[in-house]
Design a protein. Structure first.
Lengths: 499, 179, 317
């Protein structure tokens, strides 16, 4: 787990610098060749998704392994495949200046390319290799979760919902909360891999023999099915950290009951079927799919807000909460998720989409999710580990510093996106029409503050990990850890053990 | 205020409400503590209300929006006498963009793409995005619009189409009188 | 360890699961037979798309066989093997390799450039179909050997993949053609260069002054270029293949992207060059070709990239 998360977070941090480079170009503070800008755009997109995916994969792997024996070699294989794929993507974009955006929408990678032919293959094969690594992971998790419960039916909690009385009478234990993301994502993950494999092979065939035609709208459907699903998996996987972590901070159990299970069944379906919202403005798409796009997108908001986030709020309400950087991040991540969700729902409404499609609103809402929720969940978990290691937590002053810099920076950064989007500034533009440039400057400032805050996190996290005390604040730290030091059962030990 | 302005304001209000909610709930942790089972009983009861409100809002919103969907407009009788323009999007310009378009007349843009995916997006004289449609190779998409404001409109490509994407655009004037 | 809620005697459970296995095998057989007899080999009238749908039957049939075979092999071993501490133990991970590679292999077996070859050789076609079945069997068998439910999930996955592939492999479904290009605009029996220039105006501006930083001015500059040694050839290349990369014009640098205009006719390209050169401070009297259509035709067919054209400019000096 540690290897997955460490790699994921480090790559993510580097890619944030790439993102900042793009933002300051758009702000007009520096100037870049369009080839370079767009290849960085491609790298940032693909790389961020994969790096946060790694964090989620590592987390789920670790949490499932606490319950079921799993072959660690498969975890290394999955990791190795993903790293190899990432290397190919980096080679394609940095060396080859492949710049078709991470959505590699057919026929753009192939038409009149301003990048060398080998880079197309490198990118596409890299994505395929990453998908293969993901599939290995999915299958392993699927199997482990089923082994733990005995059957697919039990792993999905069928009897808990439909035969509740017999379930209780037989004295059976309800599923732990983190098992639901594990089973849902491993099943959905394989369906996504199937789609990814079909489009991947089709594109590679076209790369090798450009005379082979592909249907453009078919390609777009499969591409977005793949892309939408993989991005959504990230947040649902990282959620498992909150399911396990927040109870530790509040000394309350996360209740899993029939409603909880049904909510996850909903997610299992909606994650895969909401992708139609990427095709609203392709009028050639069958009409029924456009309607269902909005319906499923709306429905996907329900499990999140009614069950998961509400449950999180209930955990905090009038509880003795051990507030620390870890718990603050986990809590803020849930807020970020709902806020991003509001932005998403608005964009997923067809009449609004006409005005927001492909404007900066789109990166606004997904940075809201990835930065303001996924990253926070991952950081929350890392800090939980660091804090529990020596039963320490950060001083209030440090918590305020991190909070203001990270949350303030994020808010400023996101505002840049959302307001630009509402003003119709298009996305993926190196040079933006008014008022894009000014807002990009604002966003860049926000990003710099955020990155500064993350560096402070790095410093503070390392300090907690190594149990170094701070002069003058040592007293506060000791006072902080004396009360409400959370349960340490099952807490993981050092990084050197099983990942 | 235009549609997207309304959307932005709605979003801002929701965002601030969420932050407020989370802060309030977090502050309760400083106060008297309750046992989880006590919290759950009231919490679950409240949740049923929240579920009902959310679902109703979403269903109503969806139903209200359906008449505003942009699909199939070219077939409606109101647009029978629309003026048709063939627009071919290619790297990096829009061919067939008419220099002048009459005001208050139904217009149908038939949008094609010659090479890769593009996006045909129209901005009014106040630089607000008022309509857009994708341009996909081998397919034809129709954008039906009636311009009520006179002035200079701009067109931008909104689907990433290569390193000249940000340079791709055009403009037309909407004026009185017939074309 | 949670067992199934209903408890039955071991023997009756064994025969019930045996029955299930046989049902699976028979259904699989029906699918494959459906593929063989209803499809056979494609008559010319069957579209590629419909034929690929029929591949679906082979693959789903094969997938069901894979699950059935695995069930037969595992026999009554539905008691999970456990380790010393009582935790469930997993099966051999190497099955995953087969489970992942086999579907990818099927996709590659559908390689479209082989279609003509295969259609002309029915027995090879039948052989390929057999391989679809075999690989589907391998996929789900391997999945089942790894974890029972993985076999079922993979069956569904194989079916979905076959169906998805049918819609796009080697087919362009609804090919809408671009509206017929209008004939080159004419004036006085000659191609109207000013009308062709409408294509250029959005970047180079209606008066040829360009856009600072992005698009160089044409006014005056184009005739300069034509005056250079090799300039005419260079300009022809720019028009036919496009240009990208940073360039310097009159001391200012420009870093835009010019797409290729090869889809316009030689006459149109020659006319627009003539128009630009004579309109804004040129020194070629109107009517005398500054760049002939023949010169433009010469540079076609060389498959240059916009980058290559940039290098040509550097050679101009």
């Amino acid at each position: 787990m540690a290897v997955y998360i460490a790699t994921g977070l480090s790559v993510a941090f580097l890619l944030m610098l790439v993102g900042l480079t793009m933002r300051i170009t758009q702000a007009g503070w520096i100037s870049l060749d369009p080839e370079i800008f767009y290849s960085l755009l491609t790298l940032h997109g693909a790389g961020m998704v994969v790096s946060l995916l790694l964090c989620g994969m590592g987390g789920i792997w670790y949490l499932v392994r606490r319950e079921v024996d799993m072959d660690i070699r498969l975890a290394w294989w999955a990791f190795g495949l993903i790293v190899a794929g990432v290397a190919m993507v980096i080679a394609a974009t940095v060396v080859g200046k492949f710049g078709a955006a991470w959505t590699f929408l057919y026929p753009l990678p192939f038409y009149n390319p301003t990048w060398p032919n080998w880079s197309i293959g490198s990118f596409l094969i890299g994505i395929m290799v990453i998908t293969a690594g993901w599939t290995v992971w999915s299958l392993q998790i699927l199997k482990a979760v089923i082994r733990r419960s005995g059957s697919l039916r039990d792993a999905l909690g069928w009897d808990m919902v439909f035969h509740a009385k017999q379930f209780k009478a037989a004295g059976r234990e309800p599923l732990p909360a983190q098992m639901l993301p594990a089973i849902v994502i491993s099943v959905d993950g394989m369906v996504m891999s199937a789609g990814g494999m079909v489009i991947g092979v089709a594109l590679i065939v076209h790369w090798i023999n450009p005379a082979i035609p592909l249907d453009t709208i078919w390609a777009k459907n499969l591409t977005y099915f793949f892309g939408h699903s993989i991005a959504n998996f990230i947040i649902y996987m990282l959620l498992a950290f909150v399911y396990v972590g927040l109870p530790r901070y509040t000394n309350r159990k996360w209740n899993t009951n029939a409603v909880f299970v049904v909510a996850w069944w909903g997610t299992m379906i909606f994650v895969l079927t909401a992708y139609f919202h990427h095709m609203y403005l392709d009028y050639a798409q069958p009409l029924i799919l456009q309607y269902s796009g909005q319906v499923f997108s709306y429905m996907s908001a329900v499990p999140v807000s009614v069950v998961t986030v509400y449950g999180g709020l209930m955990l905090i309400w009038r509880a003795k909460v051990r507030w620390s950087v870890g718990s603050i991040f986990m809590y803020a991540g849930m807020a970020g998720w709902i806020i991003g969700g509001a932005g998403a729902l608005l964009d997923a409404s067809v009449p609004f989409n006409v005005h927001l499609h492909n404007t900066l609103w789109v990166p606004g809402h997904f940075h809201n999710y990835l930065l303001g929720s996924c990253l926070y969940f991952a950081l929350g978990w890392v800090f939980l580990q660091a804090e529990e290691r020596h039963h320490q937590r950060s001083s209030p002053a440090m918590r305020w510093l991190i909070g203001v810099m990270v949350f303030g920076g994020t808010a400023l950064f996101l505002t840049g996106f959302y307001v630009s989007g509402a003003e119709g500034v298009p996305r993926r533009y190196m040079v933006q029409p008014d008022p894009g440039q000014g807002l990009s400057a604002l966003a860049s400032v926000g990003a710099i503050v955020l990155l500064g805050g993350l560096l402070v996190c790095l410093y503070e996290g390392a300090r907690l990990w190594r149990n170094q005390s701070q002069d003058g604040l040592a007293g506060l730290v000791n006072a902080g850890s004396a009360d409400g030091a959370g349960s340490a059962n099952g807490s993981p030990v050092s990084t050197l053990e099983a990942p | 205020m235009n549609t997207q302005g309304l959307v932005l304001v709605t979003f801002a209000i929701i965002a601030m409400a969420i932050v407020a909610l989370f802060v309030v709930v977090a502050l309760t942790s400083r106060g008297p503590t309750q046992r989880l089972d006590e919290v759950s009983t009231k919490g679950y009861a409240l949740r049923r209300w929240w579920f009902a409100i959310l679902s109703t809002t979403l269903i109503l919103a969806f139903l209200i929006m359906i008449p505003f969907y942009p699909y199939g407009r070219s077939k409606s009788s109101a647009n029978e006498n629309a003026i048709h323009y063939n627009i071919i999007a290619r790297q990096y310009l829009f061919e067939g963009l008419p220099p002048q378009i009459p005001v208050d007349t139904p217009i149908i843009f038939e949008v094609y793409a010659a090479d890769v995916n593009h996006g045909f997006a129209i901005y009014n004289p106040d630089n607000q995005l008022i309509g857009q449609v994708q341009a996909m190779p081998s397919y034809r998409n129709e954008l039906v619009m009636t311009f009520t404001e006179v002035g200079q409109y701009s067109v931008r490509c909104l689907e990433f189409c290569g390193i000249g994407h940000h340079l791709m655009g055009g403009s037309f004037t909407v004026g009185e009188g017939n074309d | 360890m949670n067992s199934s809620t209903v408890s039955r005697s071991t023997a009756s459970r064994r025969s019930a699961s045996r029955r299930h296995t046989y049902i699976i095998l028979v259904v699989g057989l029906l699918f494959v037979l459906q593929g063989v007899f209803l499809v056979g080999l494609p008559p010319p009238e069957t579209s590629i798309h419909d034929h690929h749908i029929e591949h679906l039957f082979y693959m789903v049939g094969g997938a069901l066989w894979g699950v059935g075979l695995a069930q037969l092999l595992l026999g009554d071993k539905d008691q999970m093997p456990r380790d010393e501490t009582g935790r469930p133990r997993i099966g051999h991970s190497a099955w995953l390799i087969a489970a992942i590679l086999a579907p990818a292999a099927v996709m590659f077996l559908m390689w479209p450039s082989m279609y003509e070859y295969i259609e002309a050789r029915p027995w090879i076609h039948a052989w390929v179909h057999l391989w679809y079945v075999i690989l589907s069997v391998v996929t789900t068998f391997a999945g089942y050997m790894f974890s029972k439910s993985a076999g079922w999930v993979l069956s569904a996955v194989v079916g979905v993949m076959a169906w998805a592939a049918a819609f796009g492999f080697g087919v362009e479904n609804r090919h809408v053609h671009l509206p017929t290009p209008e004939a080159a605009p004419m004036v006085n029996g000659q191609v109207d260069g000013a009308a062709v220039y409408q294509n250029c105006a959005s970047c180079h501006q209606p008066n040829g002054e360009g856009l600072p930083g992005s698009f160089p001015p044409l006014a005056g500059h184009l005739s300069d270029l034509l005056g250079h040694e090799g300039g005419a050839n260079y300009v022809a290349n720019v028009l036919v293949y496009g240009l990208q990369g940073s360039i310097e014009v009159n001391g200012d640098s420009y870093n835009g992207v010019m797409p290729s205009w090869g889809h316009l006719s030689d006459a149109e390209l020659a006319a627009v060059v003539d128009y630009v050169v004579t309109s804004w401070g040129g020194d070629t009297p109107a009517g005398k070709a500054s760049l002939s259509a023949a010169q433009i035709e010469e540079v076609r067919g060389q498959n240059r990239s916009a980058d290559d054209v940039h290098r040509l400019r550097e050679k101009l000096g």
